[in-house]
Design a protein around this ligand. Structure first.
Ligand SMILES: [Fe+2]
Ligand SMILES: [Fe+2]
Length: 254
């Protein structure tokens, strides 16, 4: 991702790679400082370290997918710059609010104007709850980079931490793995696996993101299997609760 894209940086074609690195480093430190200030109040699952991991995922996926770093990098750094609690009624507007605030910030630092609307689109489309289709490879990369954070060991830890912060219990003591009852993620953290996390692999937008999402999803399923065993829940009950994975996989909505 250190190579400037030909389609988006025509005004920088005269630059040498050293110029490019300096240009890029200058913006990067501004993005990081803004994100650090904007997210100082965020919970541990959505703090600056989450943002840094999304940036790292974006670098990795963006390099493979041929995305534009001048769009992907500010979008990844700024994608969560407005903090809205998961249980807030404003939640489905959070990414639009973040895009608005990011746009004001990019204007204030004179970030090249030709990238800004693409950055805004990538920020708006990253959100699961916003349900906006990413139409550029840059937006697809940022969305996948953020969704990888909801899967694997990190996704598991973030889910349980967020549930704890919202005062949820870990699972329903009567039916830990929902299949006779509807999943209710406001009550139980494990239900969030069913309402969102296990549906994410089917929404991945890039091939490299899809491969990594599948690997990380196995971590979540292994956790549910171990939890069922430790609770003495019949394996068949867990399998029934997971049957939607093969019978009702959602199409990419975002
Ligand atoms: Fe977000
Ligand atoms: Fe995020």
């Amino acid at each position: 991702m250190s190579t400037p894209p030909s389609h988006a940086l025509s005004h920088l074609k005269f630059m040498t790679m050293t110029d490019w690195d300096q240009w890029f480093t200058r913006w990067q430190s501004a993005f990081e400082q803004f994100a650090a200030d904007a997210m100082s109040e965020a919970d541990a699952g959505h703090d600056l370290y989450h943002v840094k991991r999304v940036v790292a995922n974006s670098v990795r996926l963006g390099g493979v997918e041929g995305a534009c770093p001048s769009i992907v990098m500010p979008a990844a750094w700024l994608h969560d710059c407005v903090v809205v609690r998961k249980d807030s009624p404003e939640r489905n507007r959070a990414s639009r609010m973040a895009a608005q605030r990011a746009g004001e910030f990019l204007g204030s630092i004179d970030y090249p104007v030709q990238f800004r609307e693409y950055v805004a689109h990538a920020i708006i489309a990253h959100s699961f709850t916003a349900a906006v289709c990413p139409t550029t490879v840059d937006a697809k990369v940022v969305q996948d980079a953020d969704r990888l954070e909801a899967l694997g060991a990190l996704g598991l830890a973030r889910c349980l931490m967020t549930g704890g912060a919202l005062g949820q219990r870990l699972f329903d003591p009567i039916e830990p793995f929902p299949f006779r009852r509807p999943a209710d993620e406001r009550q139980q953290s494990v239900d969030h696996f069913y309402t969102k996390l296990l549906k994410l692999p089917a929404t991945m937008q890039t091939q490299s993101g899809r491969v990594e999402a599948q690997r990380r999803t196995q971590v979540l399923i292994r956790f549910l299997e171990d939890l069922a065993e430790e609770l003495g829940t019949a394996a068949s009950e867990l399998q029934q609760s997971l049957s939607f994975l093969t019978t009702n996989c959602p199409q990419a909505h975002a």
